[in-house]
Design a protein around this ligand. Structure first.
Ligand SMILES: [Fe+2]
Ligand SMILES: [Fe+2]
Length: 201
């Protein structure tokens, strides 16, 4: 049986992954058309990454899941150190990416490539990070954590669910999520980034 926390982590990874994949697609589409992107929509997407994956998802992993794993097994300590370090540097990385976006918005064309490259580095970094958690950490957790560990984790991980995994957004976040859902393509959203990327070549 897969525990609720494991399912929530995988769902939140899928939502983050969909957002991350949509940004380079959107940028590639605008590059081909020689147009500038909707900067407000891009700012909303990066703000979401900071509010949910950074401040909630990764924090719960580092503060709750990883300490329980360290307490139950000596296995994978180096890997957990590596992932904790990724989490610790995450705030700085998203801030750098937001700054590169601001540069593109303020300066225009001369900063397009720098933002595209910064986005690609960020997306690759997080895909590698999430793949390690899914392939190494979650299977280990399923093997070694106790029933009480899972009760504690399930309680924490069911609070502040990511609205992009199908849960209603808290009132303060509704406008933000409406904007994102209208920009990001299915299955997370209603936007047509992928169509634009494939038809306007
Ligand atoms: Fe993480
Ligand atoms: Fe994660």
């Amino acid at each position: 049986m897969t525990h609720l926390t494991t399912r929530i982590i995988r769902e939140e990874h899928a939502a983050l992954s969909a957002i991350l994949r949509s940004i380079p697609m959107l940028l590639a589409s605008h590059r081909r058309q020689g147009t500038l992107p909707d900067f407000a929509a891009l700012r909303a997407m990066l703000f979401y990454v900071d509010e949910f994956p950074e401040k909630r998802h990764h924090r719960k992993e580092s503060e709750l899941l990883f300490p329980k794993l360290r307490a139950r097994t000596p296995l994978s300590r180096d890997l957990l150190d590596h992932l904790d370090e990724d989490h610790a540097r995450g705030g700085r990385r998203i801030r750098d990416l937001e700054h590169a976006l601001l540069g593109f918005e303020m300066v225009g064309e001369p900063r397009r490539q720098a933002f595209e490259e910064a986005t690609e580095r960020y997306v690759n970094f997080y895909h590698d990070h999430m793949a390690l958690e899914e392939q190494e950490v979650l299977p280990l957790a399923e093997r070694v954590l106790t029933g009480q560990d899972w009760i504690d984790l399930d309680e924490a991980f069911t609070a502040n669910r990511d609205p992009l995994t199908g849960h209603e957004a808290e009132p303060d976040y509704r406008a933000l999520f409406t904007r994102i859902v209208n920009t990001v393509p299915a299955p997370i959203g209603l936007g047509s980034v992928s169509c634009a990327a494939s038809t306007h070549s």
